[in-house]
Design a protein around this ligand. Structure first.
Ligand code: MTE
Length: 321
């Protein structure tokens, strides 16, 4: 993800995709002499042994559900698990090693806000209650790279029903763990941590909205958002908040992480549309991970038949940024 702030930290359009060529925000901050206190903090957290077997390993592979199509060609597992966006661990795409420092057990998810009764649930208790399945989805990053991967997990709808929101709730808000001792970029206070995202309730209840707890028939790797992350495949990838620790229901539209940073470039709805360019680059095509060729991007990332109805009464909104 690239950041544009009115203070002139603007990055040129040519930097939209190739991670190797884009200037990191940390360098920009340094160049401006900002964030000195944050940058002075120790940069390394000693690696601990996080190699204990995942207690949920026996749940995978889950039975595949192909109701929403099985797009091809599937991205190679190595590509999808070594080219990641997880800014808490670093601003480049090769954070997978750093992300191994994340401890994903025990893992508690707090449910609150407009619910019948706030509660906490451990990830393994939650997994035991949810209907696990596998779905092969397209993923389209706003930076114009894309992938096709088999997620395992359960519908967001099942999670919402489990949380028992009040009828007056209009949005569900999900947040990533806050742990600056391990997630070292969280020491940079210029970012609005923790990473926060949300869906309108009807989006959350749509069949496509998914919570991934597995990938390629195994527990989801840490760098991809273990132990649970959102997958809304018709939206730009930044909606898919990783390593969720809180789920809140509210009647006020939340302001998400990237929207707080630059609302003119990253909005709440963030639906994929090849005809609506990002303010600094075209969204007409995408580059599948592992491929040299660009391919056309599809409206709602190819899922229009399942989701376009959500937006018929929202035409006045900025649906595609
Ligand atoms: N969630 C958190 N907590 N932090 C992040 O930096 N990046 C988002 C999204 N979820 C991000 C996040 C972006 S920009 C994308 S494209 C996807 O995660 C990337 O998911 P992947 O690494 O599994 O491909």
């Amino acid at each position: 993800m690239l950041i544009k702030r009115t203070r002139g930290w603007e990055l040129p359009e040519r930097l939209a995709t190739p991670e190797s060529s884009y200037l990191k925000r940390r360098d920009l901050v340094r160049a401006m002499g900002l964030g000195a206190a944050a940058l002075a903090l120790p940069s390394a957290v000693m690696a601990q042994d996080k190699t204990a077997p995942d207690p949920s390993a026996g749940l995978y592979p889950a039975k595949r559900n192909d109701k929403y199509g099985v797009p091809t060609p599937m991205t190679a597992e190595r590509q999808a698990t070594t080219y990641n966006n997880f800014y808490e661990f670093g601003t480049d795409k090769s954070i997978w090693r750093e992300a191994q420092k994340l401890d994903v057990r025990p893992w508690t998810i707090k449910v609150g806000g407009m619910v019948e009764k706030p509660f906490e649930v451990g990830i393994d208790d939650l997994l035991a209650k949810m209907p696990l399945e596998e779905r092969v989805y397209r993923h389209r990053c706003v930076e114009t790279w894309s992938m096709i991967v088999p997620w395992s997990g359960f519908p967001v709808r099942s999670l919402v029903e489990f949380c028992k929101p009040l009828g007056s709730a209009k949005y569900v808000v999900m947040k990533t763990l806050s742990k600056p001792s391990v997630m070292r970029e969280q020491r940079d206070l210029l970012y609005p941590w923790p990473y926060t995202e949300g869906l309108a309730m009807d989006e959350a209840m749509n069949d496509l909205a998914f919570i991934a707890t597995g990938l390629y028939g195994k527990p989801i790797p840490k760098q991809n958002g273990a132990p649970l992350r959102l997958v809304a495949p018709w939206k730009y990838g930044f909606k898919n908040v990783k390593s969720i620790v809180s789920i809140d229901f509210t009647d006020k539209r939340p302001v998400s992480f990237w929207e707080k940073l630059q609302s003119s470039e990253y909005g709440f709805w963030a639906n994929v549309n090849p005809e609506v360019p990002h303010p600094r680059w075209s969204q007409a095509t995408e580059k599948p991970l592992g491929s040299d060729a660009r391919i056309p991007t599809l409206l709602y990332n190819g899922y229009a038949e399942f989701v376009s109805g959500l937006y018929t009464d929202r035409k006045a909104e900025k649906l595609f940024i």
